[in-house]
Structure formats: structure tokens, C-alpha cells
Design a protein around this ligand. Sequence first.
Ligand code: CTP
Ligand code: MG
Length: 231
Amino acid sequence: MKNYAVILASGSGERSGLNIPKQFAMINEKTVLELTLDVFSSHKNIDEIILVTNPDYFELTNEIISKNNYYKLEKIIKGGATRQQSSYAGISAIEDTNANVLIHDAARPFVTHEIISKCINALKEYKAVNVAIESSDTIIEVTYDNIINNVPDRKYLRRCQTPQCFDIKLIKKAHELAIKENTDNITDDCGLILRYNLADVYVVQGSTDNIKITYPMDMEIAKLILKKESR
Ligand code: CTP
Ligand code: MG
């Protein structure tokens, strides 16, 4: 069974404060996008990669790709206005009906081979797999007027990362149900599986380095992580 990676790089990076979408920002010698593609391309169990890119940056994406030898990169397709739409565009590009798909944020360049391997292994038993880490902060639930109404036990709380990984038929079904309901703004794919109660979602351990570059400070943190990893 093939393992496809869908890399989501179609966002505009509003919160990053940069003048280009963060996936095209440089960390030392490479763009965030290249750092992410490097990890998936070099993993022995990833068979094909589909890159979903921002239509306004299609040429830049092609330029970056042509400088590298990403022989597993099969398709570069245009994303949508929301992450959910981009994700659907990515999985729709997979024709294989008996396959796994690992959906990953291009803005998480520090995903590791170990995390990817754990996901692929878990997919032998589960049809939906998420990556998460413990929360170092206590998480509180508040009401609309900022009153705490619950302090859930931290032991059972996790912070989600990507990749989020699925049996291709299952995740396509979840997206199709969402489209029928006119829902297009779910920010994570496992959320769709749960929304329609389609399967158990198993969680594998992520890493504190697998950050999603989101705010300006994250670019500084990313430089430090890259230095530590000496990639
Ligand atoms: N993404 C996407 N298509 C969208 C929105 C997001 O492919 N329409 C991707 C982003 O490129 C990123 C990942 O989904 O790799 C996670 O999204 P997020 O961190 O929210 O990135 P942006 O939407 O680009 O940033 P912001 O929300 O700050 O604008
Ligand atoms: Mg966003």
C-alpha cells in the first residue's frame, strides 16, 4: 500500500508579519517549504508527494522546486481559500483508492523521520492517526464572557501537530460530508473524522521541535532549531 504525503503550502501567513507567505521565507540557506519537502522526500516509506500551493505563488513554487531533485513530487496543485479546501484539493489529486495519506503543514519544517515512521506504523492498525504532544501549560476552558468553566485534567490533554494521517477513502468521505453541509473552515483533518464519528483517531507522540511557524517570533525559534539539528 502506497503512502502519499500531501504538503499544504497554500496559506498566506497573515499572522507571521512577513511580506511573503511564511513557507517561502528563508531559514539560513533554504525556504521553509524546502526544509519540509526535504524530510518527506528522504523518508524511505513515502512514495509520492503532492504539493498544494498558493495560486498567487505558483511560479515561485515552481522555481523553488526546480532547484531541487524532488523525484517523489508528483503533482503541484493550487490550493483553496481555507486550509480545509486546500486539504481537499490535495487528497482529491490522489486517484489510488487503496492508500494512506499523510497531510502535513508546510509551515512545520521540523517534522522528523521518526514521527513519519510512527504514523505509518500506526496506520497498520488505525485508519486515522494524529501527532500530538503534552501541554506544558494548564489548559482552561472559558465561557464567552471569559469565566473559567472547566480545568480539564492535563494528563488527558494534548497539543496537535501534523502530519495527520488517514486511509484515503476515509478522509475523502469526511471531506465530502463536510462539503454537503457547507462546512469549509475546519482547521484540522482529524476534526472532520470526529465530527462525523467515522473512526477512532489514534495519537502518536510528536516533538516540541515540530512547531508550526505562525508568529514573527517563530522564525527566530526556527533558526535556533535548525542550528541545533545542523541540517
Ligand atoms: N494552508 C493552506 N491553505 C489555506 C490555508 C492554510 O494550504 N488556505 C496551509 C498553510 O500554508 C500552512 C498550514 O495550512 O502550511 C497551516 O495553516 P496556518 O498556520 O494557519 O497558515 P496560514 O493560513 O498561511 O497563516 P495565517 O493563518 O496566519 O494566515
Ligand atoms: Mg491560517
